[in-house]
Design a binder for this molecule. Structure first.
Ligand code: FAD
Length: 409
């Protein structure tokens, strides 16, 4: 850094404009922190909740303001310096300073890396055609809605991916009267997380509401009406088994990868899941720098999860942001939250889960898959690894107590 460049100092620097950073800012102020807080986000909009992007916002039931994490005036009222539309270009971990896209340089006492995740993109022939969408920001879901408005009634839509985003977007668009097909590698929707029995139950809910489900198949390419894979608008999804599915619009929900670009360049240690490696207090390898949210891989202290975890869910990102803020306010305890997440497939399926359900080899049902509502344990032998409640069935609170108790054992 040059001597001529004026450097500002902040007590706390929050890097990223998602739920993890915003919750850290809010927790600090609510906890009485009086120092300077700067939040830098390259997002075009003030921090908002992403989940409506595949649900209410996509269906046009909510606007951008409904999704704001704190009201627009909160930042100024609470003296938090919110800098949106600004990237952090580089982080000097040892010198505790950053360079911003605006050419400003900031030094800090403590920083939070909460740079989130980026959508994984399909890389097959035709994946650059018009009409192929991804959803990460609410603006992405606005773009889908605008694109849909230009299509004739009854135009076919294809969802690539049978996990949460694929299943949620399929449900949302089907409720708008569009014929929707889900195409996925796994046999059943959500089966990578919950297994095939639960997946078949989810499939029945989708199919029962008019969604076509094609499992166990790869997308080979996309083609325009004239067969081109290089220009024009998508008209067909070509599957690896040769089937051609008509598609006036495609949404791909094929996963996300942690955004470690800044952290990697700064020399922060990365973990085995590709996130920023943290200890059980969400401290990175650099003194004075913590991580939270989708980008954070941490040493779980839960008995149910003896492995390192990286979780891509909203409430967990919020819990981590709040946790780091509380550590800065003086608390001193390992991060012990049982990861929680929710998903809604229109109003057909509401699921809440504790987990993540990894490393399990059997399930134990509370209720029956024939019912509309049930709970399900994911177990490794007799050890609990995760739990899910479908449509309010089972007992989520009891499950949380069991999974949290394991942490202290
Ligand atoms: C469509 C959709 C639906 C979802 N639905 C659910 C759901 O139903 N339930 C659930 O539990 N979870 C859901 N999720 C996941 C949840 O939204 C994420 O886990 C959560 O948003 C992660 O928050 P985060 O703060 O870690 O990261 P993000 O929200 O990704 O925020 C990261 C921020 O960092 C910024 N950034 C990155 N690099 C830089 C840089 N160098 N300089 C400045 N800024 C930078 C980004 O622009 C972004 O603002 C959904 C996600 C999507 C996309």
């Amino acid at each position: 850094m040059t001597d001529e460049t004026p450097r500002e100092h902040t007590d706390v620097l929050l890097i990223g404009g998602g739920i993890a950073s915003a919750t850290a800012a809010r927790t600090l102020r609510e906890g009485g922190f009086e120092g300077r807080i700067v939040l830098v986000s390259r997002e075009l909009d003030a921090p908002y909740h992403r989940p409506p992007g595949s649900k209410e916002h996509l269906r046009g039931e909510q606007g951008q303001d409904d999704a704001l994490i704190v009201p627009a005036g909160w930042w100024a009222e609470n003296d938090v310096d919110l800098r949106i539309r600004t990237s952090v270009l580089s982080l000097d971990a040892e010198g505790r300073s950053v360079k911003l896209q605006t050419k400003d340089e900031l030094t800090f006492d403590r920083a939070l890396v909460a740079t989130g995740a980026m959508v994984r993109r399909l890389n097959v022939d035709g994946s650059g055609l018009e009409g192929i969408h991804y959803v990460r920001s609410l603006r992405n879901s606005d773009a889908i809605r605008r694109d849909l408005d230009g299509l004739a009634d009854g135009s076919p839509i294809v969802l690539v991916g049978g996990s949460y985003i694929g299943s949620e977007v399929a449900a949302s668009l089907a409720t708008q009267g569009h014929p929707v097909t889900v195409v996925m590698q796994e046999a059943e929707p959500l089966s990578r997380t919950f297994g095939e029995d639960v997946g078949r139950w989810v499939r029945a809910r989708l199919e029962g509401n008019g969604v076509t489900v094609r499992g166990g198949v790869d997308v080979a390419s996309f083609a325009a009406a004239d067969g081109s894979t290089s220009e024009g608008r998508v008209a067909e999804v070509v599957l690896a088994d040769g089937e051609r599915i008509p598609a006036a619009l495609v949404v791909a929900g094929v996963g996300a990868t942690p955004d470690v670009m800044l952290a990697k360049r700064a020399g922060l240690a990365l973990g085995e899941t590709g996130g920023v490696a943290c200890d059980d207090r969400l401290r990175t390898s650099a003194e004075g720098i913590w991580a939270a949210g989708d980008v954070c891989e941490y040493a779980s202290v839960l008995d149910a999860h003896p492995e390192r975890l990286r979780v891509e869910h909203e409430e967990h990102a919020a819990a981590q942001g709040a946790y780091v803020a509380r550590q800065w306010l003086g608390e001193d305890a390992p991060f012990q939250e049982v990861p929680y997440f929710f998903s809604d497939l229109a109003d057909w399926v509401a699921l809440e889960a504790l987990g993540p359900a990894i490393g399990w080899d059997r399930t134990a049902l509370e209720g029956s898959l024939e019912d509309d509502a049930f709970g399900v344990w994911f177990l490794a032998g007799d050890e609990p690894r995760g739990y899910a409640s479908f449509n309010g069935g089972g007992d989520l609170d009891a499950a949380r107590t069991r999974l949290a108790k394991a942490a202290a054992a």
